[in-house]
Write a protein that binds this ligand. Structure first.
Ligand code: HXC
Length: 514
């Protein structure tokens, strides 16, 4: 009879080997780490506490008795990242391709519940061939349980998914229900139906990466929020992202000052907006100069680049930054940028992160494609998100703020706390050329020199509407500020808003346009 302690040790050791040496080597050959190697990189040393190490499947058909591995293809438990508690799961591709099955699901659901009930972030490292075919509907039911937990935890704890290998079929919906999806370039992909099925059904020929690789989901579909060059970078990104977030929706993010003076003036901002109103500039230069150095972490950087969203710090406090990007499509709002902006605001609101909005947009994108694609419904999401959000909200109009886009982009009518404008702001129903043709069409028809008349009327329109002062005179802009004072003004505003309490009418839930 084996001594009990020796037996425990042997069982543990066997379980730690995953799918065995050959499979581990194969995993490494594919440029991928094992589940345990990943967790070792992600978590503070010595903090990982595993759960369910000895769990195995209970299928006997399909020769599955010979394919019984302790852990059932997923490593689950809890640990710490930079001293903060987190719950984690890491799928083990070396065991039956990390395929998702009944017991595998139960283990994940256990840490999901642990995370939710204790108010700690949940991090999933995914690497799976999807539903384990041998288990039939048991695996599918497991997915159902996992998705439900994702939904229950939504808005209560931050949920992060890191795609570190294949993610096919049902495996894509859990990440899609979480707050942030990080993909590893070249080695990860996500799709509902793979290239083979697509070829059969639609005749389209597409590679795994073109269909669902990191570049595709970051730039085209918007399913992913970040792309990392390798697994180490992806895990470091998780660690960094968490520093901006609270543990749960009842807490605020930790303050992390870096010694950047709150009263720092930035003279370069005074000349950053070009004198010619049609010359673009890079909004990220503004962000870089205003916030604590190096603190901006852009989210969905490659998707809908006409809008910029991300986390930054101001005097050490986490803020959510939303901005139009004049450098790309003149910062116009369209379907994709609306989704991007609205989703980010709602995340910030759920997790007590103030939203600061930099406005420079000519409005919503005209066009049949946009209208037929539902730009009305998508644009409405921005209005919904800003109006609903009860966190501190501050807007700064840098240049153009036209029509519906002015109202939508955190105007005071969206319950924003403060609205600032730079002297270069142009806040109006529409641009000069269009407005002149409509407002003065009679005078222009009779004018001896039409061009001269157009110039004169344009000047009049600019004076009457196309500036920040008219709006400031009716209180819709609280203060026209010198650009160099932007940081100071924001720091002071956030300080007074730190104790903001605002409540929405009691309801089961709102009906955000989807
Ligand atoms: C059972 C699986 C599996 C699965 C992989 N394996 N996926 N076993 N069920 N879903 C096994 C393989 O048979 C193999 O075992 C081992 O894992 C490694 O897989 P390989 O194919 O050798 O690896 P690789 O070449 O890297 O290819 C990875 C892959 C491929 C692209 C993911 O395995 C694949 O296409 N798998 C099937 C993907 C899929 O269609 N899944 C079902 C989705 S349907 P052996 O022992 O043979 O070496 C779904 C519906 C859910 O998920 C809906 C929920 C609502």
């Amino acid at each position: 009879m084996t001594d009990p302690l020796t037996e425990l040790q042997q069982r543990r050791e066997r379980a730690m080997q995953g799918g065995g040496e050959a499979r581990v080597k194969q995993q490494h050959r594919h440029g991928k780490l094992t589940a345990r190697e990943r967790l070792a990189l992600l978590l503070d040393e010595g903090t990982f506490q595993e759960l369910g190490l000895l769990v195995t499947h209970r299928i006997h058909d399909f020769d599955m008795d010979r394919k019984r591995f302790a852990g059932d293809g997923v490593v689950t438990g809890y640990g710490k990242i930079k001293g903060r508690r987190v719950a984690v799961y890491a799928q083990d591709f070396t065991v039956l391709g990390g395929s998702f099955a009944e017991m595998h699901a139960n283990k994940i659901v256990q840490v999901q519940k642990l995370a939710l009930e204790n108010g700690i972030p949940l991090i999933g490292l995914l690497d799976s061939g999807g539903a384990r075919i041998q288990e039939g509907v048991r695996g599918l039911a497991g997915y159902g349980k996992m998705f439900t937990q994702n939904v229950l935890a939504s808005g209560v704890i931050p949920q992060l998914s890191v795609m570190m290998g294949p993610c096919a079929g049902g495996s894509v919906y859990s990440p899609a229900l979480t707050d942030f999806v990080i993909m590893v370039n070249d080695t990860s992909f996500m799709f509902l139906t793979g290239p083979e099925v697509i070829r059969t059904v639609t005749g389209e020929d597409v590679s795994f990466q073109d269909l669902g690789g990191a570049a595709t989901h970051n730039a085209v579909s918007g399913v992913a929020h970040f792309a990392a060059d390798n697994e180490q970078e992806a895990l470091a990104l998780v660690q960094r992202l968490l520093t901006y977030l609270p543990q749960n929706n009842l807490e605020t993010p930790q303050r992390m000052p870096v010694g950047d003076p709150p009263e720092r003036r930035e003279v370069a901002l005074n000349t950053l907006v070009p004198a010619d109103e049609n010359t673009p500039y890079n909004i990220k230069d503004v962000i870089r100069l205003v916030f604590d150095p190096g603190s901006f972490l852009e989210v969905q950087a490659a998707y809908a680049a006409n809008a910029v969203v991300g986390f930054a710090r101001l005097d050490g406090y986490t803020v959510g930054v939303v901005a139009n990007q004049p450098n790309y499509l003149a910062g116009v709002l369209d379907i994709d940028s609306s989704d991007k902006i609205a989703g980010f605001i709602r995340f910030c609101d759920a997790f007590n992160i103030p939203v600061l909005t930099f406005v420079d947009t000519p409005g919503f994108m005209p066009g049949v494609h946009q209208e037929h694609g539902g730009v009305i419904r998508h644009g409405a999401k921005i209005i919904f998100a800003y109006s609903e959000a009860t966190v501190p909200k501050i807007s700064i109009v840098l240049r153009k703020a036209m029509g519906g886009a002015y109202i939508a982009m955190s105007s005071k009518e969206m319950r924003s706390d403060f609205a600032f404008a730079w002297p270069t702001a142009q806040i109006a129903v529409m641009g000069v050329d269009g407005a002149v043709q409509i407002l003065y069409h009679r005078q222009l028809a009779q004018a001896e020199n039409r061009e001269e008349a157009e110039r004169a009327f344009a000047e009049e329109y600019r004076k009457k509407f196309y500036n920040p002062y008219v709006v400031a005179s009716i209180g819709l802009i609280d203060e026209v500020i010198e650009p160099q004072e932007t940081r100071i003004k924001l720091v002071r505003a956030l300080e007074v808003l730190r104790s903001k309490v605002q409540q929405n009418p009691s309801k089961k839930h709102g009906l955000v346009p989807l």
